[in-house]
Design a protein around this ligand. Structure first.
Ligand SMILES: [Fe+2]
Ligand SMILES: [Fe+2]
Length: 255
């Protein structure tokens, strides 16, 4: 990707985020000791991104039969991560869904949510596979890793009545995607060639994921959501700038 294209992708992301990744996080990320944590946690983040999008579709947009289809799509990945079962091949792009999902009646934005989230799920599963391939080649075994505080901390900012919960969760999704994009771009120049290329290759889809989440939040809210974007953005920046005892892909300032 050309420098100019990277800058075009990053400009709105830097405008959306309230702070940049602190240099001390970058310093921790390039420590040899943290390389396997970075990759393992990155794999988790990609899976989590797919699962969250699936959960949103299942909760808000589709009937039970379509929900089952989504669960079947996720199964090989979850078997691998939670049960150590691996048939050697995942099927993100080949399998996907056996039939189009059916929007349930009564939710006006079901099709929009399905369309954007299905594309996102496909891409996140593909990213997951790419991380696992890199880990395989480096002899890093996938082992579960306790999740950091970041996503949980953001979710606490979501309001607890609908449709506000959905709108807030979509804004949170936008922040997670935007932060990932910013962090990939910032850490990439400090990594080896393969990871550098890989991280830069992720920028385009993560930048679109952030836009998609934000567009969905605005459409579904049907009103001005700038105050919610502001509140959640402040919370996000606090999590990124506060001392954090754990090193993770989205962790704060290394304590
Ligand atoms: Fe991703
Ligand atoms: Fe993403």
């Amino acid at each position: 990707m050309l420098r100019q294209e990277i800058n075009t992708l990053l400009t709105p992301i830097h405008g959306f985020l309230h702070c940049q990744t602190p240099d001390s996080w970058i310093e921790a990320a390039i420590q040899p000791d943290n390389q396997s944590i970075l990759l393992r946690d990155h794999a988790n983040c990609e899976l989590k991104a797919s699962q969250t999008a699936m959960w949103l579709i299942r909760k808000y947009a589709v009937d039970a039969a379509s929900g089952e289809q989504l669960l079947a799509w996720a199964k090989p990945y979850e078997d691998f991560v939670y049960r150590g079962v691996r048939d050697g091949i995942f099927h993100a792009r080949k399998n996907g869904l056996s039939a189009p999902l059916t929007p349930k009646v009564g939710f006006a934005h079901g099709q929009a949510l399905i369309d954007k989230m299905v594309r996102l799920i496909k891409e996140e599963f593909h990213h997951f596979e790419q991380v696992i391939e890199i880990m395989d080649a480096r002899g890093i075994r996938y082992q579960p890793l306790e999740a950091g505080r970041y996503a949980k901390g953001l979710m606490r900012a979501a309001r607890t009545h609908e449709p506000a919960t959905l709108v807030d969760k979509l804004i949170i999704g936008a922040y997670i995607e935007a932060r990932s994009c910013e962090r990939f771009a910032k850490v990439a120049p400090h990594l080896d060639d393969e990871l550098q290329k890989f991280y830069i290759s992720l920028l385009r889809s993560e930048a679109r994921h952030y836009q998609d989440y934000l567009t969905l939040a605005e459409t579904i809210a049907g009103k001005d959501i700038r105050d919610r974007i502001q509140t959640i953005g402040e919370r996000e920046a606090e999590l990124i700038q506060a001392p954090d005892s754990q090193f993770r892909f989205h962790s704060g300032v290394p304590a």
